[in-house]
Ligand binder design. Structure first.
Ligand code: SF4
Ligand code: SF4
Length: 119
């Protein structure tokens, strides 16, 4: 899933900022790995929530597109997070961003228009 190579030509280096604007709790992540350890999708596939978080921080749009749909949106990850990070909503917001066929500078406005935290 993660080749270890970041393609800067296709990376959206503003992606993490766009996600933070939509889900502020992402800023409190201490990379403890608890969410990854309990992830339902990770138990059955090679989905890795820690890598997803890293890809968001690096702006790796194409690898995210390939993997993020494996999330089952079950919410177990945020139930175990010691910092109260809404990981499920982060995945949801990233998924929505990746589906938008819009230019990068339009993505922030799209995120502001969407709030799924009540799900
Ligand atoms: S459990 Fe919370 S603090 Fe730990 S890595 Fe996951 S999101 Fe970050
Ligand atoms: S919501 Fe997605 S990332 Fe979180 S535990 Fe469930 S399958 Fe894993």
């Amino acid at each position: 899933m993660d080749s270890g190579v970041v393609n800067l030509d296709s990376a959206d280096r503003n992606l993490v900022q766009k996600v933070l604007e939509s889900e502020h709790s992402f800023a409190y992540c201490i990379s403890c790995g608890s969410c990854t350890a309990t992830c339902s999708a990770g138990n059955f596939t090679d989905y890795n929530l820690r890598q997803i978080q890293l890809m968001v921080k690096r702006g790796e749009v194409e690898p995210l597109r390939d993997t993020i749909t494996r999330c089952m949106l079950c919410g177990k990850c945020q139930m175990v997070c010691p910092k109260g990070v809404s990981t499920r909503n982060i995945v949801l917001q990233v998924s929505k961003l990746l589906k938008q066929p819009v230019s990068k500078n339009q993505l922030t406005d799209k995120l502001h228009a969407t709030d799924d935290r009540k799900i």
